[in-house]
Design a protein around this ligand. Structure first.
Ligand SMILES: C[S@@+](CC[C@H](N)C(=O)[O-])C[C@H]1O[C@@H](n2cnc3c(N)ncnc32)[C@H](O)[C@@H]1O
Length: 278
């Protein structure tokens, strides 16, 4: 199962290893990804959010799978398509939805979220150094200026940009994109379904691009849960983690890969395996 089909690069590599009887289920909530589907009867495309992974497996009458891959975030195609609004490099509507059926856009976030909410988003998802000042200026300017387009947004906040403007806007746009697509919420829900979906000995591999995502994956692989174990002196509190960590440290791209694909720079791959119960 490839939860993030995108341009289909990983799916193609999986199909090369798959037998003629194998099946590859691929998710992508972006309709545009469909254009990259290979003509291959082994592949099943599901144009939905991977937070519903179990629901769709049931629909296809599949109980368990051998492997689950997720390569999080946005695809190069999405970044480079000006009208999707993901990149600060082009003027376009403040959109940033991966799934065009969704109503919430980046414009709604900057136009309707409170100063505190914006502050939190820019700080947590973008690590923007002056997140509080940025949130304040947005809530002030939006009373008199429309922030519907990327140029209008950039011009409105120009006065508070700190350091290299490209780096600054990359962080701001990353934060907005994570919020618009509820990327951390979807990741948490997907991770929670994994232990039940993997066959014993099956593996899950996740590539993250942000410290919040990486921390979620690392902790979940280590503990197999986000819940705190119940502290009750009358029951055995030992938590059974059905996952075993395969990569003690994340796998990082080497020099060659970073040269070929500069977007791989912040990628971290972590792998876990469903343990065989005795
Ligand atoms: C980094 S790209 C994947 C690239 C892909 N591995 C390849 O080889 O081309 C991430 C893709 O996952 C999709 N995506 C991100 N979050 C998703 C979610 N919660 N549910 C479904 N698809 C998602 C995006 O639309 C995007 O196309």
């Amino acid at each position: 199962m490839d939860c993030t089909f995108g341009g289909g690069g990983h799916a193609k590599a999986i199909l090369e290893k798959l037998s003629s009887k194998g099946k590859l289920l691929v998710f992508d909530q972006d309709e545009d990804a469909k254009k990259n589907l290979p003509d291959d009867p082994r592949i099943i495309f599901i144009q939905h959010n991977y937070r519903y992974i179990q629901r769709f497996l049931r629909l296809y009458n599949i109980q368990v799978v051998d492997g689950i891959l997720a390569d999080l975030g946005v695809s190069s195609h999405q970044f480079d398509e000006p009208e999707r609004g993901f990149s600060y490099r082009f003027d376009a509507p403040m959109d940033m939805r991966m799934d065009q059926r969704q109503t919430l856009t980046a414009f709604d976030v900057v136009n309707s979220y409170s100063e505190q909410q914006l502050h939190k988003i820019f700080e947590q998802y973008g690590e923007v150094t002056n997140a509080k000042t940025l949130a304040k200026i947005i809530t002030e300017v939006r009373n008199t200026t429309s922030l519907k387009t990327i140029d209008s947004f950039r011009n409105a906040v120009r006065g508070v940009v700190k350091g290299n403007p490209n780096k600054y806007f990359a962080q701001v746009f990353q934060a907005l994109r994570i919020e618009v697509n509820d990327e951390t919420g979807a990741l948490v829900e997907m991770l929670q379904q994994i232990p039940e979906l993997l066959k014993p000995g099956g593996r899950v591999a996740i590539i993250t691009f942000h410290s919040i995502e990486d921390r979620l994956v690392k902790n979940f692989f280590r503990r197999g849960t986000f819940d705190e174990p119940e502290i009750n002196p009358f029951i055995n509190n030992e938590w059974v983690n059905e996952l075993k960590v395969i990569t003690k440290k994340p796998v990082l791209p080497d020099e060659k890969e970073m040269k070929q694909n500069s977007r791989s720079r912040s990628a971290k791959l972590r792998i876990a395996e469903k343990i065989m119960m005795v």
